[in-house]
Design a protein around this ligand. Structure first.
Ligand code: OSB
Ligand code: MG
Length: 377
């Protein structure tokens, strides 16, 4: 394949309901989509960077500028045999994993279409259906949270994860366990605690949690290793794992017993597969995280979740939990037993609703050839 043009687009999409984590509340998404054109085939990727640099240092404006000025020019005109070749071509740029992932994944999407193969098979997936959980944000009241959990359990989701932070944690977990003593339950702190909170964090051990996700700093492995020694509850790392080397370090130091893989956070499918394989070799189960994606990112998450070590329910849930109307067709749907069946269609398996994409687009830019930025071949 020869990448002829790359288009970046920003869509504004209000969430049906706000989503709140320990770092803040999101009411509406600014979605960055990437389209690659090669040999008459259009590959689509979604950049999962947020509206501000709060989950990680990336946000939509850094991703937009980095794709436009450095990453897209590194790919344009290059001969690319496979989607995974994109990673090497972009390696000169340090970091910016979410920006890189959007491009690399668009090329995997294109490659799958070109080979007339489902994307999930192309990446080496084997599971015909994936297990789904939900991530439920911080609410205005405990009643509201319990109501939401009730709805999601009735919909069939196999695991409930609640966001926690100081002041919204032990009491919340107590109430949930009182009502549902045996459901698969986990929590995600998005780095809201510090080692000095150890005595408080020990209380989490009373709730038979599947895991506690990312309790400490977003860039930390060492202190998580010390914390894991003190807790019965397995620690799961999300933010701290930027690539397979981080995963290797975390596993060897005992900083976690579970890893959440987000394809955007690690820079694309090739690194996500590397993290997956490493965890599999070390007996560490993984699951697929979410970043409030539209159907494009969601479709890629479905594909990723078919790799064999995705042994725990992921945060890959139905489009309709987030969007009044998703930009793919069919929308991502979850069965009453909390699973998503993969499609045998070539490519991502979900069509783009172009008319809706156009309608929601607030800016677009097409990058056609090398810009003078020192990245010319
Ligand atoms: O930490 O998993 C997280 C959303 C935004 C930023 C970080 C996280 C999340 C979620 C949402 O938990 C998961 C989803 O997309 O359903
Ligand atoms: Mg998380």
């Amino acid at each position: 394949m020869k990448v002829e043009t790359i288009t970046i687009r920003e869509l504004h999409m209000p969430l049906k309901y706000f989503f709140e984590t320990s770092f803040g509340r999101t009411e509406s998404r600014r979605v960055l989509l990437v389209t690659s054109q090669c040999d008459g085939i259009e590959g689509w990727g979604e950049c999962v960077a947020g509206e501000g640099p709060f989950y990680s240092c990336e946000w939509i404006e850094t991703a937009w500028a980095t794709i436009r000025d450095f990453l897209a020019p590194a790919l344009l005109g290059a001969k690319i045999e496979r989607g995974k070749d994109a990673a090497g071509l972009m390696a000169r740029v340090r970091g910016h994993n979410m920006a890189k992932a959007a491009l690399e994944n668009a090329l995997w999407d294109a490659e799958a279409q070109q080979r007339k193969q489902p994307l999930w098979k192309l990446i080496g997936g084997t599971l015909p259906e994936i297990a789904c959980g939900v991530s439920i944000g911080i609410q205005n009241s405990h009643e509201q949270l319990l109501e939401k959990i009730e709805t999601e359990l009735a919909a069939g989701y196999q695991r409930i994860k609640v966001k926690v932070k100081p002041g919204w944690d032990v009491e919340v977990l107590t109430q949930i366990r009182k009502r549902w003593p045996t459901i698969l339950l986990s929590c995600d702190a998005n780095s809201a605690y510090r080692p000095i909170d150890l005595d408080h964090l020990r209380k989490f051990d009373d709730f038979n949690l599947l895991m506690i996700e990312q309790p400490l700093w977003d860039d930390d492995i060492f202190h998580h290793a010390k914390l894991q020694l003190e807790l019965k509850t397995p620690i799961c790392l999300d933010e701290s794992i930027r690539h397979a080397r981080d995963a290797a370090q975390a596993i060897e130091l005992g900083a976690c017993r579970i890893i959440n893989i987000k394809v955007g956070r690690v820079g694309g499918f090739s690194e996500a597969i590397a993290v997956h394989d490493l965890c599999q070799q070390h007996g560490i189960p993984v699951w697929c995280g979410g970043m409030l994606e539209t159907g494009i990112g969601r479709a890629h998450n479905v594909a990723l979740s078919t790799l064999s070590n995705f042994r725990l329910p992921g945060d890959v849930s139905a489009s309709q939990r987030y969007w009044a109307g998703d930009i793919v067709e069919p929308e991502i749907e979850v069965s009453p037993s909390g699973t998503i069946a993969v499609s045998d269609q070539p490519g991502r398996g979900y069509e783009i609703r172009r008319d809706l994409v156009e309608k929601l687009t607030v800016r677009a830019e097409t990058i056609r050839s090398q810009r003078s930025n020192g990245l010319a071949h």
